[in-house]
Design a protein around this ligand. Structure first.
Ligand SMILES: Cc1cc2nc3c(=O)[nH]c(=O)nc-3n(C[C@H](O)[C@H](O)[C@H](O)COP(=O)(O)OP(=O)(O)OC[C@H]3O[C@@H](n4cnc5c(N)ncnc54)[C@H](O)[C@@H]3O)c2cc1C
Length: 417
C-alpha cells in the first residue's frame, strides 16, 4: 500500500477516493488535482440552500483545509491536468509540474451542455454546475426578477423552487411532453409539477426554444419560442443536462463513449487507470452500461476504487439512489427506472408522504418516495436483495416492507460452509 495515487478532479468522487485511501491505511503519496479554486465542495446545496440564500457558499466545503494536511493529501487546487503519459505513468498539470503515478483515478465529473440556440451566450444566460455559478445566480435573483428556466430536469426544477422562494416570477420550459421523462415515473412527475404550480411557478411542456432575445445591449431580454411567442426574462437558466468531462481520458487514448468506459471493477482498459463518478460509464450486474450522476454513485464508486487499490478489485454493484429537494418535497429514488411498465402507489399523495413503486413485469426496478424516508430505506434493502414484493403488499400501508423482506427473502448462505 505504498504506490503513488494521482486523482484528477477534486469534486465529490475525487475527494472521497483520497479520504478513503487514507482511511484504509494507504501510505503512499496521494495527490488530488482539481481545476476549480479552493477546497473541494459538495454540489447538492448549490441549487438548494445556497441559491435560496439559506447557506453561505463556504458551508459547502467537504472538509476544512486542515483535513488535507492532517491526512497528508496533496491538494493541488486551481490546477488542470492537461496531459497523461501512460508509458511513463506521469500526468502534467497546467502549472507545468509533472506527477508520477502507480494508480491514476479519473474523477473529472461533467459539464453543463450548452443550449444550441442563438443568443445562448448573452449576458444573463447562466447554467449551474459550480459554486461560482450558484453565487452568480443567487445574486441576480430577487423578488423583482423574471426567471425563465430552460429544461425541467432535477437541477432546473430545483432552481425554479429556489427562485420562487426568493419571490421571483418563474417559468419553466420543457421541450418534452412531460417533465423528467427519463428520470421519474409519470405519477411522481405529475405530483412534483403540482407542487411547483401551487408555489406559483408556471411549467410549460412541449415548449420548443427558438432563441434568446437580446435587449440591444448584449443582455438577455427573454426567450422566444419556436412559434414566435416572447417570454420576458431578466435571467435565463439553462438546465439541459450535462456531458461527461472525458478530455483527459481521450488525450490518454482511453476508450470513451458518453463517459470513460470502465469494467465492472471501474478500471479502464489500462490496468493503472480507473474512472469514477459522473465521468464514467460502467456495467451494472445486469450487463446494462450506465453513466450515473449522483452523490451516491460518486462516493460509492470512490470507496470501491480505494478498496481496489489497497486490497484488490471487486465488482461494483451498489444499488443506485438519488435525492432532490423541491419546495417542501424531499424526493428520494432507489434503483433505476429504465424499462418499468407499471407503478403501484403506497400512501396518500394528498397526505404527508407517499411512494411510487415501479415494476418491469413482476420485477421491482425503482421506488420513488416523497417525504417517506422509511419507504426509501426499505426500498434500497429490497432492491439490494433483488426482492420484488407483491403489488398488494406494497399498496397496503399497514404492511411493514422490511418485515416482509425478513420473512420472505431466502436466508443468506451459512458462514460455516
Ligand atoms: C447544482 C447541483 C445539484 C445537485 N444535487 C444533487 C442531489 O440533490 N442529489 C444527488 O445525488 N446529486 C446531486 N447532484 C449531482 C452530484 O453533485 C454529482 O453527481 C457529483 O458531484 C459527481 O461527482 P464527481 O466527482 O463525479 O464530479 P464533480 O463533483 O463535478 O467533480 C469533478 C471535478 O473535476 C474537475 N475537473 C474536470 N476536468 C479536470 C482536469 N482536466 N483537471 C483537473 N480537474 C478537472 C471539475 O472541474 C470538477 O471540479 C447535483 C449536481 C449539481 C450541479
Amino acid at each position: 500500500m505504498t504506490g503513488a495515487v494521482v486523482i484528477v478532479g477534486a469534486g465529490q468522487a475525487g475527494f472521497q477516493v483520497a479520504a478513503s485511501l487514507r482511511q484504509r491505511g494507504h501510505q503512499g503519496p496521494v495527490t488530488l488535482a482539481g481545476d476549480e479554486p479552493g477546497l473541494p465542495y459538495q454540489r447538492p446545496p448549490l441549487s438548494k440552500e445556497v441559491l435560496a440564500g439559506a447557506a453561505a457558499p463556504e458551508t459547502t466545503a467537504l472538509r476544512p483545509e486542515a483535513f488535507f494536511a492532517k491526512h497528508d493529501i496533496a491538494l493541488r487546487s486551481g490546477q488542470q491536468v492537461v496531459g497523461v503519459d501512460r508509458d511513463r505513468r506521469t500526468v502534467t498539470l497546467s502549472s507545468g509540474a509533472a506527477l508520477d503515478y502507480d494508480h491514476l483515478v479519473l474523477a473529472t465529473g461533467a459539464r453543463p451542455r450548452a443550449l444550441p440556440k442563438p443568443g445562448a451566450d448573452l449576458d444573463g444566460v447562466l447554467a449551474l454546475r459550480t459554486l461560482d455559478d450558484a453565487v452568480a445566480i443567487r445574486d441576480r435573483v430577487t423578488a423583482d426578477t423574471r426567471v425563465v428556466v430552460i429544461g425541467a430536469g432535477f437541477i432546473g426544477l430545483e432552481v425554479a423552487a429556489g427562485a420562487r422562494k426568493r419571490g421571483a416570477e418563474v417559468t419553466v420550459l420543457e421541450v418534452a411532453p412531460r417533465v423528467m421523462g427519463r428520470a421519474l415515473s409519470a405519477p411522481s412527475a405529475a405530483h412534483l409539477v403540482g407542487r411547483h404550480e401551487r408555489a406559483g411557478a408556471s411549467i410549460r411542456t412541449g415548449a420548443r426554444i427558438g432563441r434568446i432575445a437580446d435587449d440591444g445591449h448584449g443582455r438577455a431580454a427573454g426567450v422566444v419560442l419556436a412559434g414566435g411567442e416572447l417570454l420576458h426574462a431578466d435571467l435565463v437558466i439553462v438546465g439541459v443536462g450535462v456531458a461527461p468531462a472525458t478530455d483527459v481520458a481521450e488525450q490518454a487514448g482511453l476508450p470513451v463513449d458518453d463517459g470513460v468506459l470502465v469494467d465492472a471493477t471501474l478500471r479502464t482498459e489500462d490496468p493503472h487507470i480507473w474512472a469514477i463518478g459522473d465521468c464514467c460509464r460502467f456495467p451494472l450486474p445486469s450487463g446494462q452500461h450506465v453513466r450515473l450522476e449522483s452523490v451516491q454513485n460518486a462516493t460509492d464508486q470512490a470507496r470501491a476504487v480505494a478498496a481496489a487499490i489497497t486490497g484488490g478489485p471487486a465488482p461494483y454493484d451498489a444499488v443506485p439512489w438519488f435525492w432532490t429537494d423541491q419546495h417542501d418535497a424531499k424526493l428520494q429514488i432507489a434503483g433505476l427506472l429504465d424499462g418499468h411498465d407499471r407503478t403501484v402507489l403506497r400512501g396518500d399523495p394528498d397526505g404527508d408522504g407517499h411512494s411510487v413503486f415501479c415494476y418491469a413485469g413482476e420485477r421491482l426496478v425503482a421506488v420513488e418516495s416523497i417525504n417517506r424516508p422509511r419507504d426509501h430505506l426499505a426500498a434500497r434493502k429490497l432492491l439490494a436483495a433483488s426482492f420484488s414484493p407483491r403489488a398488494e403488499d406494497v399498496a397496503d400501508d399497514a404492511v411493514d416492507l422490511r418485515e416482509l423482506l425478513a420473512v420472505t427473502a431466502p436466508a443468506p448462505p451459512s458462514a460455516a460452509t
